[in-house]
Write a protein of this length. Structure first.
Length: 529
C-alpha cells in the first residue's frame, strides 16, 4: 500500500502469515469479508474500491465537523446538568433545603443507582429503535427534570430530582460512544473520546462562569440564586436535546433529515466511509444498527474473561480523584472563599485536565499503547493525595487549593479505557453490552467514591484520603495484571495460529459463520494493550 492511495485489501497468504501483528484491527491486514445484508452500509461495500489519503482525510474532517462537534455539544449539555449541583452548593443550597453533606452524598448515591438501573435498558432500546430516536429523547427528559430542580423545597424533592436525572442520563455516554464507533476507525476513536471528555471539562469552565453570574440573581423575585441556575441551565439542555432530535443521522449512509435535505455525504464519500470502517473492523458489518441484542449476547459478553480486568479498572481507577474533584467548590467555600471565588477557582482544574487528557490520548493513539498511559494518569494522583495527608490542619489555604486543583485536573484516562474495550471486543452487539457493563461498573465506583468523604471527617478528610491512596495503589497493580493477562492470551493464540498451514489460515478467515460466532476469541484476533 503506497502513501498516496488506499487500495483494496486483497492480500496474499504470505502477508497474512508474516504481517500479523498484536492488534485488534483484524481485517485491515487480512482478506476482505462481505458485510451482512442487514448492515446499513452494505450497498456501499466495494472490495475493489480505492481512494487517496487526501480523500479519506476530507471524509474524516466532514465526520468531525458534522457529527463530532454536535455530539460534543450534547456532552456539554450532559455535564451542565450533572455539574451545576456543585455550583449550587456555593449558594447555600444545602441550608436552604435543610440538608447536610451526608444528605448530599445520599442524593448522589440515589442518582447513581438510578443511573445504573437505566444503563442496560437504554442500550437495548438503542439497539431496537436507533440512536437518532433514543439519545435526544433522553436529553430532553433530563433537561426538563434539571429545570424543575429549581422548585425543590426539601429533602424528598431533592432525592426525587436526583433519581429522575439518573434515570434519564443512564446509558447516554456508552450509547453515544457506540454511535461514534460506526463513523470512526478504532485507532481514531480514543482521540475523539478525549474530545468528548474535554467537552465535559469545557462545560465545567462555562458552568463555573455561568454560575458566578447567575448565582448573583439571589433575591430576584425572592428566589435563591440556585433556583435560577437550575432553571436556566435545564432549559438550555432541553433546547439542545430538541434540536438533536432533528439533527442526528440514522447511520453513516442515512444522513438526510428535516435539517439535512441533501445529506452529509455524496455517494463517493459514503463508499469511502463505509469501506474504510469495514477494512479496519469487519465486525461492524455483521449486524444492523437497530438489530436487538439478546440475553445470549449479554451472557456471552459477561463470560469474556479478557474484559474482566478492564471492568475492575472501571470500578476503582477513578475513585482516588473523584471525592477531591466533587468537593472542590464546597471545600473552597469552607476555606473562606466567596461564592464567586469558589466557582471561579474551579476553572484551572478543568483547563488543566483538558490539556493533560488530550495529550495523553494523542500519545496513546500515536504509540498504539494503552496500559502505561493509563498507569501514568493513575500514578499522577498518588503523590498529590499523600501531600494532602501531610498538610497540617488549619491554614495553608492556597497550598490546599493548589494540590486539590492538580488532583481534579489529573490526566483523565477514561477515554483510553473506553476505546480499549471497544477495540478488544470485535462484535458490535458485544461492544454495546460491554460498554454498558463497563459504565455501570464505573458508576458503582462513583457510588463508592461519594461515600468516602464523610461529615465526621470534615473539613480536611484525612481518613478519606488514606482510603484514596490505598485504592490508587490497588489500581496500579490491576492495570499491570490486565496487561500481562492480555499478552498471555495473545501468546496462546499465536502458538495455535503458527501451527496452521497457509491453506488452513485462508479457509479459517473466509468462514463468515465462524467469524460471527467467535468474535475476539478468533485465532487471528490480537488484543490491544
Amino acid at each position: 500500500m503506497d502513501d498516496s492511495t488506499i487500495k483494496p485489501a486483497l492480500y496474499a497468504a504470505s502477508t497474512v502469515e508474516t504481517d500479523l501483528k498484536p492488534t485488534a484491527q483484524v481485517g485491515r491486514d487480512h482478506i476482505d469479508l462481505r458485510p451482512h445484508e442487514s448492515y446499513e452500509g452494505a450497498h456501499r461495500w466495494d472490495p475493489l474500491a480505492e481512494w487517496s489519503a487526501e480523500e479519506e482525510a476530507k471524509v474524516v474532517r466532514k465526520v468531525d465537523f458534522y457529527l463530532l462537534s454536535w455530539l460534543c455539544l450534547m456532552f456539554f449539555g450532559l455535564q451542565l446538568d450533572r455539574g451545576n449541583i456543585g455550583n449550587a452548593l456555593t449558594d447555600n443550597m444545602l441550608p436552604d433545603l435543610g440538608l447536610t453533606t451526608d444528605d448530599y452524598n445520599n442524593g448522589t448515591t440515589v442518582q447513581l443507582v438510578c443511573f445504573l438501573a437505566a444503563e442496560f435498558p437504554v442500550q437495548l432500546l438503542i439497539k431496537r429503535y436507533g440512536f437518532k430516536q433514543i439519545l435526544p429523547l433522553m436529553m430532553i427528559g433530563w433537561g426538563i427534570v434539571s429545570a424543575f430542580q429549581a422548585f425543590m423545597t426539601d429533602k424528598t424533592g431533592f432525592y426525587i430530582c436526583r433519581a429522575l436525572i439518573g434515570l434519564f442520563e443512564g446509558g447516554f455516554i456508552p450509547g453515544t460512544i457506540l454511535f461514534a464507533s460506526y463513523f470512526y476507525k478504532s485507532a481514531e476513536l480514543s482521540v475523539r473520546l478525549a474530545c468528548f471528555w474535554s467537552t465535559l471539562n469545557i462545560a465545567r469552565v462555562i458552568s463555573a462562569l455561568l454560575a458566578a453570574g447567575i448565582l448573583n440573581m439571589r433575591g430576584v423575585h425572592n428566589r435563591p440564586g440556585w433556583f435560577w441556575l437550575f432553571l436556566l441551565e435545564g432549559l438550555l439542555t432541553f433546547v439542545i436535546g430538541l434540536m438533536s432530535y432533528f439533527y442526528l443521522p440514522h447511520s453513516p449512509t442515512r444522513t438526510k433529515g428535516v435539517m439535512w435535505r441533501r445529506g452529509w455525504f455524496n455517494e463517493r464519500e459514503e463508499t469511502i466511509l463505509v469501506n474504510r470502517i469495514l477494512r479496519d473492523d469487519p465486525a461492524k458489518g455483521l449486524t444492523a444498527i437497530q438489530e436487538p441484542a439478546t440475553m445470549r449476547d449479554i451472557i456471552n459478553t459477561w463470560k469474556d474473561s479478557s474484559t474482566w480486568g478492564l471492568y475492575l479498572i472501571g470500578l476503582i481507577a477513578y475513585v482516588p480523584a473523584a471525592p477531591v474533584s466533587g468537593y472542590l467548590s464546597l471545600t473552597l467555600k469552607r476555606l473562606g472563599f466567596s461564592t464567586f471565588d469558589s466557582n471561579m477557582l474551579t476553572i484551572p482544574s478543568a483547563v488543566l485536565q483538558i490539556i493533560l487528557m488530550l495529550g495523553l490520548a494523542y500519545s496513546s493513539n500515536h504509540f498504539l499503547e494503552r496500559t502505561w498511559h493509563c498507569v501514568f494518569g493513575e500514578f499522577f494522583v498518588m503523590p498529590l493525595l499523600i501531600a494532602l495527608l501531610a498538610l497540617p490542619a488549619g491554614g495553608n489555604n492556597w497550598g490546599r487549593f493548589s494540590i486539590s486543583t492538580l488532583i481534579s485536573g489529573y490526566p483523565y484516562f477514561h477515554p483510553i479505557v473506553v476505546a480499549w474495550i471497544s477495540e478488544n471486543t470485535f462484535d458490535v452487539k458485544k461492544r454495546a453490552i460491554s460498554a454498558a457493563t463497563y459504565n455501570v461498573i464505573v458508576q458503582i465506583g462513583s457510588i463508592m467514591s461519594s461515600q468516602i468523604y464523610r461529615k465526621d471527617d470534615a473539613p480536611y478528610y484525612y481518613r478519606g484520603n488514606k482510603v484514596l491512596v490505598s485504592i490508587c495503589a490497588l489500581s496500579l497493580v490491576v492495570f499491570v495484571a490486565q496487561r500481562e493477562y492480555l499478552r498471555l492470551l495473545n501468546r496462546r493464540k499465536e502458538r495455535e495460529w503458527s501451527q496452521m498451514s497457509t491453506e488452513e489460515k485462508l479457509t479459517y478467515q473466509s468462514d463468515q459463520a465462524e467469524r460471527e460466532k467467535d468474535g475476539n476469541k478468533r485465532l487471528d484476533f490480537r488484543f490491544q494493550y
